[in-house]
Design a protein around this ligand. Sequence first.
Ligand code: 3PG
Length: 385
Amino acid sequence: MKSKLPTIENIKNLKGKRVVLRLDFNVPIKNGKIVETMRIDRAMPTIKYLAKKKAKVIIISHIGKDETSSLKLVVRYLNKTMNVGFVPDFRAKETRAVVDGLKEGGVVLFENLRIDPREEANDPEFAKYLASFGDIYVDDAFAATHRPHASIVGIADYLPSYAGFLIADEIKHLSLALKPKHPFLFVLGGAKFETKMPLLKKFLEIADQIFIGGVLANDFFRDEELPVGKSSVDTYNANLLSLLKTGKIILPTDALVQKGDTKKTTGKLVGEVCPDDRIVDVGMGTIKSLEPIVKKAKLILWNGPLGFYEGGFDKATAELLKMIAGSKAVSIIGGGDTAVAVDKLGIEKKLTFVSTGGGATLDFLVDGRLAGVDAIINCKKKLKA
Ligand code: 3PG
């Protein structure tokens, strides 16, 4: 990132100012419970800073893919540590009175922005409407900053715009992987070559070694004509064998396989997978063999779990994470399931940085920029002294 990113610390006087704060409270909810609160917790320093400086804080966020999800549970969670009001329909005319009635240091949360289709359409009138509640716009919704939506991009046309602490922290740490210290190990797991290929190609140029797990590894096995049995594979056709010629790619040599439709699992060498086996995780022999590389690495970047995570196959991911946590390398962990694994192990403090983003993290690593960050940098509105 070349231009300097204006952050909330650049705002001289926040007292009494109305701040429209875009956060990403798109957290997973199951059986009426928030199952992972990382995104909310990591937004707290910015909320608290603004409130402490006596700003009036109007939080906006999306949750879920459409208008059917609600932020009600999020506001309940926030209220465990601070007083946060809730506006169930921010388009209702009473909203103005709620915002006008905010005390200095007061905080209110609007319901899911996606109840209005103009949000995702980046409708200028909608962006202007959201902006009308504030004197300043602050974006700290890192995980949504790749989305060119009204609350992320459009709104910066109408208000002086700044980044919060989380965005600044994410950019600082993810940028380490773009100008890395060497040896640099990149760990790539998960599925969907279609979305991961730009990342793989980019890091084949920057990293010294790339360990591949997850369904992505199965795709390599298939192209190498190794047996994959009933394992998941992508249909994406991508001349993977030519990538192996770089000599940088490390593939698993053993795997945990599930037999047929049974729940029974056994460890096998990769070449020994039978027609009714399903590869569900990387084998422990492979994880052990990575130890000298992890020990020597100065930088490790990781995106995507190594096993079939939704099915509970998280052992290889957990073991490699623990190995990395015990190493001297600067370690940057991409968001999504890998971040959930870190949380489950309680080792976040032993790693350098865990990103809150999914798609945003991938986009930043591939392009070195994000639509919402560009909007802040290019914002022409300035605060009056
Ligand atoms: C995410 O979870 O990656 C962000 O909140 C963006 O959500 P979206 O993919 O629904 O736009």
